[in-house]
Design a binder for this molecule. Sequence first.
Ligand code: 5RP
Length: 222
Amino acid sequence: MNQDQLKQAVAQAAVDYILPHLERNSVIGVGTGSTANYFIDALARHTFDFDGAVASSEATAQRLKDHGIAVYDLNSVGELEFYVDGADEANDRLELIKGGGAALTREKIVAAVAKTFVCIADASKRVPVLGGFPLPVEVIPMARSHVARQLVRLGGDPVYRQGVVTDNGNVILDVHNLHITDAAKLEADINAIVGVVTNGLFAARPADVLLLGTATGVQILK
Ligand code: 5RP
């Protein structure tokens, strides 16, 4: 199986995982990226089993609507049973790097609200130590240089993601050459820099379940 087929397999596995728990009034948090897109496509076959979704990006909102799935503002939803999203890296503690698609802030907000965060990823995303994938940091535009200098002090090599503006009107710095052994501390340290909106480490709120697509089938890691 190639990487796309593995992504499709975990997307279907996520639908199978959450479906027995859904009720007609359930609202599902939905992430962003190619794996999340496969999830949306698979979920669309079950529109009568739930009410709608909260989207972690404008792109996801559009894809959900294209499938006829109702999209709700997070503020109008009391509770989310599940958040389903991909990742750029995942370690054995189910701590993640996310934000390759620049949607990290909304992803983190929806994940914070959900009772269960189901992460879906192909096997290439599983790593012993986070940091091989450059860590995305969403930054208020006027603070870009200031934040970049502070990130260098923390040991990283930030690179401005040219031409990208987030759904929130901000910019992204991708921090290279980090070897992240204490993800929760680094997440907090970066978030404490003035001008940072959020960073792509999901350690304070890691995934609860990782559905990992491998050549021999989908593994469920908790
Ligand atoms: C978007 C994300 C994605 O979940 C992450 O980049 C993985 O993407 P893909 O499923 O396309 O490999 O965090 O901001």
